[in-house]
Design a protein around this ligand. Structure first.
Ligand code: FMN
Length: 270
């Protein structure tokens, strides 16, 4: 039987959503696909999956035009596939990614993983849920945005299975470098932006459980340890909206949700 595996890293659920959509599309074509979070899978199990699956995909969000640190760590932790394996990568971005899905092809190649196709998906919906002051689009507008995202993922799967998917972004390395430059210059300023509003904290510890970087030590309230990878999971999924990003918090009682109501934070880690 034809088998597929989709490894994903997702801070706030968008990349999970794409992985889930890909899984459904493959399923509809009789291809059994597993979706596996990179930040909690055992590397040995991951190696088994890579070797036994016919179709292997890796997906992650673009952070400052670059690959998130947990994804780099995951790739580095894999064993080398001696015979080589052809894989497919995809990135999600709110706005634009030039070469995000293909920039680290040498890192993959060092593990015997050859990138056969690389895709970039623009998913604007997180913008509306994470910024408390941003005006929410109406129900119809949201549906339109969502339908466009679905169509781009469905189109990608069609071309992938027809063998026509391409490595997109390889020639845009120069644009990617330009995209990353301002973030690199202000990197220090952007780190350590998280804090907690102690009056709001419900002392549940969800932030520490969800953090992919072990950056939160929980002792009645969260303490940040300076290892933040900026995935915003704690900020997005704190049930009491108690995590602040700079001076901003999501606003009391405002749950973070993708338009997909099935998303529960624990799906991102197991
Ligand atoms: C630290 C950080 C940096 C980001 N940098 C970019 C960027 O350079 N370009 C872009 O279009 N989106 C950028 N985004 C937005 C995310 O790539 C986008 O929302 C992604 O779909 C989030 O996926 P997730 O919900 O699976 O974490 C950034 C988000 C974060 C948290």
């Amino acid at each position: 039987m034809y088998k597929a595996v989709i490894f994903f890293f997702s801070g706030t659920g968008s990349t999970w959503w794409v992985a889930d959509r890909i899984q459904k599309q493959l399923d509809a074509r009789g291809i059994n696909a597993d979706i596996v979070p990179m930040d909690s899978v055992d590397p040995k199990k991951a190696d088994w999956w890579i070797k036994s699956a016919d179709l292997v995909l890796f997906g992650w969000p673009v952070y400052d035009g670059d690959m998130p640190a947990p994804v780099k760590a995951f790739v580095d932790s894999l064993l080398v596939v001696e015979k080589g394996k052809h894989i497919h990568t995809f990135c999600t971005a709110t706005g634009f990614s030039a070469d995000g899905a293909v920039r680290y092809r040498r890192r993959f190649a060092a593990k015997g993983l050859i990138i056969d196709s690389a895709a970039h998906f623009k998913l604007p919906f997180r913008r509306y849920s994470l910024h408390p002051r941003r005006r929410q689009p109406g129900e119809k507008a949201l549906q339109r945005i969502f339908a466009a995202c679905e169509a781009s993922v469905d189109g990608y799967i069609k071309t992938l299975l027809e063998g026509k998917a391409r490595v997109r972004g390889r020639r845009l390395a120069w644009l990617g470098a330009l995209q990353r430059l301002p973030y690199r210059l202000f990197k220090k300023r952007r780190q350590n932006r998280l804090s907690v509003d102690e009056a709001r904290c419900a002392h549940c510890g969800a932030c520490a459980q969800l953090c992919p970087a072990g950056n939160i030590r929980f002792e009645t309230i969260p303490h940040f340890l300076g290892r933040c990878v900026q995935c915003l999971r704690c900020y997005a999924f704190c049930p009491a909206c108690a995590i602040r990003l700079g001076k901003r918090s999501r606003g009391a009682g405002r749950p973070y949700a993708l338009p997909d109501k099935r998303l529960k934070p624990h799906m991102l880690i197991k």
